[in-house]
Design a protein around this ligand. Sequence first.
Ligand code: SF4
Length: 84
Amino acid sequence: MAHVIIDTCKKDNLCLDSCPSEAIRPGKDEAAWGTVSQLYINPEECMDCGACVAECPTNSIYPAEELPADKADFAEKNAAFFTN
Ligand code: SF4
């Protein structure tokens, strides 16, 4: 499993520095940052360490298995960012 970011993300980008596997994208220096409404976690890179959770000021990061029921589709949405 991996951690997942939901749509309450405000793109503060505070989580990126906490991630030991650089699984969170896009960074502010990437062109995609200006076009996305939130950040995403690559499920292929995430080690499920949980370090990013405490850094998020909007409590927008969840372990995939603990996503609120109405946000369950965000596991797929996070993965899709890295496959499109
Ligand atoms: S759980 Fe750990 S590895 Fe996964 S995105 Fe958060 S900081 Fe990165």
